[in-house]
Design a protein around this ligand. Structure first.
Ligand code: ATP
Length: 356
């Protein structure tokens, strides 16, 4: 069942389109991420779903009902914003109980629900602590408990983790995702961090200049981006200008031929074509490797190694263009700047995309 449907939703500020003609369906129980660079319209779109902003045109339906102009406080949605907006003069339990109090829930029911929620976010021992005495991650959990206290039908999160340091942020991503799955609550989260979206989302909505550039499962978007913009935004990629020779292969800058997999998709594009190959798909071998009969073998020189212990990233200068290849010290021992290598581009991993 589709819970939330947006039809031709547009929001103009003066002459500018912050959100431009967006159609979207958010399925029941899923976590959907709005992902895109700063200013692409993610927050404006979320605020229209929340009822904090009114569309200039278009409609929003929720559970079969038109809510386009329904005030925010009548939507029954839970929200967590970047700033969290916890009440600093209240304890953890008082913060979590606040929405229940607003709804005039009976006192004993409030107490039961707050205890249940503190258990859920693993902070039962901190009920009476002022929120000002919590760590960033603990505050985050309290904000989420407060947002779900009155069992909202939709949870809206706007960059809720952006104030946290990298390690805590990654831990919270997993925590929120597990909680969301356990509760089965339909959730929309805004982020500009593609790793965060890949980690958490059932579906990613990639936005570009107020429009939807692509919607899909994280790995589908990573593997089959529809445009150079999406390919570039989702993960590290080598994106090279190429020309299609009409016979299942392309020419790189400098004229080198690269074979594509049989039946490879060739997009229509007046702006030209790009070859996309992800770093982990490139196979790096020393030039002494004798077994080499690969059609897509490029000679180059390693110019830089980013070694982070478990994995390493090599920058390879192939005369005319540069490739980034991801490998491990075990797979490619002895890789060092200055080394001559072969970079193999397996045909099945070479994708053609439309240039921007
Ligand atoms: P960020 O990641 O930086 O928060 P975003 O993708 O969430 O960006 P929005 O905040 O939705 O983007 O803004 C989209 C566009 O609309 C931007 O160009 C912004 O300047 C403009 N905009 C947003 N709110 C208003 C407003 N109240 N008045 C005028 N312009 C606005």
């Amino acid at each position: 069942m589709t819970h939330l449907t947006l039809q031709a939703v547009t929001r103009r500020f003066g002459a500018a389109h912050a959100v431009d003609n967006v159609d979207l369906s958010v399925p029941d129980g899923k976590l959907v991420c709005f992902l895109g660079p700063s200013g692409c319209g993610k927050t404006t779109l979320l605020r229209m779903i929340a009822g904090l902003e009114t569309p200039s045109s278009g409609s929003i339906q929720f559970a079969g009902r038109d809510i386009t102009r329904l005030p925010a406080n009548q939507r029954d949605f839970g929200m967590v914003f970047q700033s969290l907006a916890l009440f600093p003069h209240m304890t953890v339990a008082q913060n979590v109980a606040y929405p229940l109090k607003l709804r005039k829930t009976a006192k004993d029911q409030q107490t039961r629900r707050v205890a249940e929620l503190l258990e859920l976010i693993q902070l039962p021992h901190m009920a009476n602590r002022p929120v000002t005495q919590l760590s960033g991650g603990q505050r985050q959990r309290v904000a989420i408990a407060r947002a779900i206290a009155s069992q909202p039908k939709l949870l809206l999160l706007d960059e809720p983790l952006s104030a946290l340091d990298a390690k805590l942020r990654e831990a919270m991503q997993v925590e929120i995702r597990l909680l969301q799955q356990r509760l089965g609550i339909t959730t929309i989260m805004v982020t500009h961090d593609q790793r965060e979206a890949m980690t958490m989302a059932d579906e990613i909505v990639v936005m570009e200049k107020g429009r939807i550039a692509q919607v899909g499962k994280p790995l589908d978007i990573y593997r089959e981006p529809v445009s150079e913009f999406v390919a570039d935004f989702i993960g590290l990629g080598n994106i090279l200008p190429v020309s299609y020779d009409g016979a299942g292969s392309v020419r790189l800058p400098g004229g080198r031929r690269i074979a594509l997999a049989p039946g490879a998709r060739v997009p229509e594009s007046s702006a030209g074509l790009r070859l996309l190959i992800r770093p982990e798909d490139i196979c790096v071998k020393p030039t002494s490797a004798a077994d080499d009969v690969s059609p897509n073998r490029l000679a180059g020189t390693v110019t830089f190694i980013r070694d982070v212990g478990a994995s390493l990233e090599a920058t390879i200068d192939c005369a005319g263009f540069t490739l980034t290849a991801a490998t491990t010290p075990r797979e490619t021992p002895g890789l060092a700047p200055g080394l001559r290598v072969f970079a193999e581009l397996p045909p099945h991993a070479c994708k053609l995309i439309a240039a921007h």
